[in-house]
Design a protein around this ligand. Structure first.
Ligand code: GLY
Ligand code: MN
Ligand code: MN
Length: 408
């Protein structure tokens, strides 16, 4: 299958215009950092860097002027990296990666891996470029403790060699996030493909559910399908039986499946960088006990209720407007059954390049947002954990379920 390429050039131009408008400036540079490698895990690109480039290589630095002229700075490995890695960027072929120019960050690295503690020499061309530009810089520096750690770290390291940069950098995370929230057609194709692969994973996983089977077999069946279809796990698969399912992010997945217990599977494929996120809960033996079924039905009813309410103007979670906040409304629904204390997480999140994608849950939903709806009940004393989760797109007047392919 041939997929249409996203229009990275226009995305960068649009970001430039948004900055010009918000900051009332004509000139300046956007600076974004690619993620770094880690030898124990597969390389995963920084999502916003990928959103504006489609480039999946570590260690690069992107400079875009506000009219869209794009320079990609890459680490200088002196041609050594090609012997070890595929996909290396060719300095002489900017058109291949859709940028105007490619330059070396600086002098050559000793090895073939870009690392966080780069020296002034390894970045001296970029440092010179910034010194000479005399313009404001715009980057991803949201004021959230957990996000953009690599971006912040690399920028701070750069500032340690170039103190004047510190005063010139403004945070544009809200502009970038507002763009990433609106998925274009190419992004929706990737999300839907990730969802289809996840459904096939669930079909395979269901085949290995049996008393005496293992949580690890369930995970393996799921991820065998992901790998076969050129995808990978968007997050660590959760195959949690019995009491384990009451631990929200249980990922050990080593216990035996016991007759009479439930099995909660929460899994998602990442296809072409876009994520799916789906949860189902199954009986390990033939059928659920009456109590399990009663609780399962409440979760299912809550999910249908929230689906019926999700639309532009509602919030995923907003304490100031509980009457329009889906998390609060789900809690109230559970409260009708006296079960509210067992619903211990929010009702959902944005979905896209990141499984918990950018966008504030306090902001109103709008047409085009892609979200999850995932009510659950976790009752330790009964060894019961139930979560049902699907993926949705907000439409003009409501939402459409993207993952309801086979009602599995
Ligand atoms: N799988 C993580 C989540 O559902 O948010
Ligand atoms: Mn989720
Ligand atoms: Mn999930």
């Amino acid at each position: 299958m041939i997929y249409e390429q996203p229009d990275y050039i226009n995305r960068r131009k649009k970001l430039g215009s948004l900055i010009q408008e918000k900051y009332q400036v004509k000139n300046g540079n956007i600076i974004l950092f690619a993620n770094l490698e880690n030898e124990r895990t597969l390389f995963s690109q920084e999502s916003s860097f990928f959103y504006y480039t489609g480039i999946n290589e570590p260690g690069a630095v992107l400079i875009v002027d506000l009219n869209g002229y794009t320079t990609l700075f890459i680490p200088n490995f002196d041609g050594k990296r090609e012997a070890w890695m595929s996909g290396c960027i060719d300095l002489k072929s900017p058109q291949k990666v859709g940028v105007d120019e490619i330059k070396l960050l600086g002098d050559s690295y000793k090895g073939i891996v870009a690392h966080p503690f780069f020296t002034v020499d390894e970045y001296n061309h970029l440092i010179e470029f910034i010194k000479n530009s005399g313009l404001p810089f715009f980057s991803l520096l949201p004021d959230l403790a957990s996000s953009n750690f690599v971006q912040k770290f690399l920028l701070n390291r750069l500032i340690s060699f170039l103190s004047e940069l510190g005063e010139k950098v403004r945070d544009i995370s809200s502009l970038i996030y507002s763009m990433r929230r609106k998925k274009d057609a190419t992004e929706m194709v990737a999300i839907i493909k990730a969802i289809e692969i996840t459904h096939m994973g669930f079909d395979a996983a269901k085949e290995v559910i049996r008393p005496g089977g293992l949580e690890s077999e369930v995970k393996a069946a799921m991820e065998y399908i992901f790998t076969s279809f050129g995808a990978q796990s968007a997050f660590p698969t959760i195959a949690a039986s019995g009491k384990n399912a009451t631990i929200l992010h249980y990922t050990k997945n080593l216990d035996e499946l016991s007759s009479g217990d439930l099995l909660l599977i929460d899994a998602g494929a990442e296809f072409n960088h876009y994520c799916a996120d789906i949860s189902r809960t199954f009986a390990i033996s033939e059928k659920m006990t009456p109590r399990q079924k009663e609780l399962f039905n409440v979760v299912q009813d809550t999910k249908e209720y929230i689906e019926s309410l999700a639309k532009p103007g509602m919030y995923l979670n907003n304490n100031l407007f509980p009457e329009n906040s889906l998390s609060h409304l789900a809690m109230q629904f559970f409260a009708k059954y006296g079960l509210e204390k067992y619903f211990t997480h929010g009702i959902g999140h944005y979905l896209g390049l990141d499984v918990h994608d950018v966008g504030s849950s306090h902001e109103a939903l709008s047409e085009g947002d892609v979200i999850t709806i995932e009510p659950g009940l976790y009752i330790k004393e009964e060894s019961i954990g139930i979560r049902l989760e699907d993926d949705y797109q907000i439409t003009k007047n409501g939402c459409v379920c993207l993952s309801d392919l086979d009602k599995s």
